[in-house]
Design a protein around this ligand. Structure first.
Ligand code: ZN
Length: 147
């Protein structure tokens, strides 16, 4: 468990300092805002679909280390995936953070977020970008709030 904790801290710090796909997408993109009032995390997720494929995904905004790292890793994880695969990953990631027994197959590096279960108030930080992505995949436009 201490190895996982170390890896968790390492990965989160890395993605917090250098968030991947931290930019605005222009043109024919879906744009959904996500807000976590508990912590003050606020992001805009941009999603560009090509047919059924996530052609590009990016985010902007500001939040704590965990929400930023999670958003960064979310964009890396779902880019190039089909809509169904991205939705499946959202469900698995959500389960990872909320249930003690979960098969992490297919989650890759995202599995380190299991460490967030030790900090229940941070679960909403970690899932914010994913809930926002979920809305964008469904074509919804309204702001996602974790409350
Ligand atoms: Zn937060």
């Amino acid at each position: 468990m201490s190895d996982l904790r170390e890896l968790y801290q390492e990965v989160i710090l890395d993605h917090h300092k250098k968030p991947r796909n931290f930019r605005r997408l222009e043109g024919d993109v879906r744009r959904v805002e996500g807000y976590n009032p508990l912590c003050g995390d606020r992001f805009t997720v941009y999603l560009q679909m090509e047919g059924d494929i996530v052609k590009d995904v990016a985010f902007e905004g500001s939040g704590c280390a965990i929400s930023t790292a999670s958003a960064s890793m979310m964009t890396e994880s779902v880019k190039g995936k089909t809509r169904a695969e991205a939705e499946d990953m959202f469900q698995k990631f959500h389960a990872l953070l909320t249930s003690p027994q979960i098969d992490t197959t297919g989650l890759g590096k995202l599995a380190v977020f299991a460490g967030v279960r030790e900090f229940p108030v941070r679960v909403k930080c970690a899932t914010l970008a994913w809930h926002t992505l979920h809305s964008a995949l469904q074509g919804k436009e309204e702001t996602v709030s974790t409350e």
